[in-house]
Design a protein around this ligand. Structure first.
Ligand code: PRT
Ligand code: MG
Length: 211
């Protein structure tokens, strides 16, 4: 049998993917929260898990360093999805991609001719969103704690994923415009799908049954 490598991130995606893998009779032999290993063996000798940052999952799968992976649609929209099949919506780790701003901000209040500043880790998504609305936006790349940016006048708006909205609220911000509904997707390397067809087909079938 050919080896199959599955890319997952720690945290909510790992936790919510475990039951889906269990349905395919795949049980990791280590817990990524306590282990320092980046490659985890499973009960099936030909199936390995690589534990990486959520934003790196599409890249590993695109280049075939992993055959298959689980990534949030937010991460996929930002990455672009080149070289990937996206066969299944797993319906896990749901949230929304939104713009957010200060409590007193108004949605369409932009001074004529003035660029708004938007802080986000979703630079491509934010540029596309404001361009489609015809709003001039200067997008500033951040790697985390986006909620801080409007408070310290780094930006007028942020683009981030929102679940309960509690994080925004705790920082004096409110969700404003809905960009996309988000859930996690199975992503598959196109070449692996051809080269390892039987194993991949079986795995995808088992996971889709579990969804
Ligand atoms: O944390 P790290 O920087 O390593 O990477 P990551 O944040 O991309 O990974 P992770 O594991 O936190 O998120 C993985 C995926 O889960 C994301 O790509 C989303 O598709 C999905 N997801 C679902 C979320 C949330 N819900 C979510 N609430 N990702 C992040 N959050 C954050 C949100 O940005 C906010 O800061 O959690 C915070 C709490 O949200 P509220 O609205 O409930 O307060
Ligand atoms: Mg996180």
């Amino acid at each position: 049998m050919q080896t199959i490598t599955i890319a997952l991130s720690k945290g909510r995606i790992f936790k919510e993917t475990l039951p889906l893998l269990a349905h395919a009779d795949i049980i990791p032999l280590d817990d990524p929260e306590s282990s320092r290993k980046l490659i985890l063996d499973t009960n099936q000798e030909h199936i390995k898990l690589v534990i990486i940052r959520a934003t790196d999952v599409p890249t590993y799968v695109q280049y075939g360093a992993a055959d298959i992976g689980v990534a949030g649609k937010d991460v996929l929209l930002e990455h672009g999805g080149q070289g990937l099949y996206e066969p299944i919506d797993l319906g896990i780790a749901k949230c929304k991609l939104m713009t957010a701003g200060p409590m007193d901000a108004e949605i369409n209040y932009f001074e004529q001719g003035k660029k708004i500043r938007v802080a986000t880790k979703f630079v491509n998504v934010a540029k596309r969103f404001y361009a489609e609305k015809g709003v001039q936006a200067e997008v500033i790349k951040l790697y985390g704690s986006m909620e801080l940016a409007p408070i310290v006048n780094l930006a007028d708006r942020i683009v981030d994923v929102v679940d309960t909205g509690n994080t925004l609220k705790a920082n004096g911000l409110k969700p404003m415009e809905h960009i996309a509904d988000i859930s996690s997707r199975l992503v598959v390397n196109k070449a692996s799908m051809k080269m390892k067809h039987d194993e991949m087909h079986h795995l995808i079938k088992k996971i889709s049954e579990a969804v």
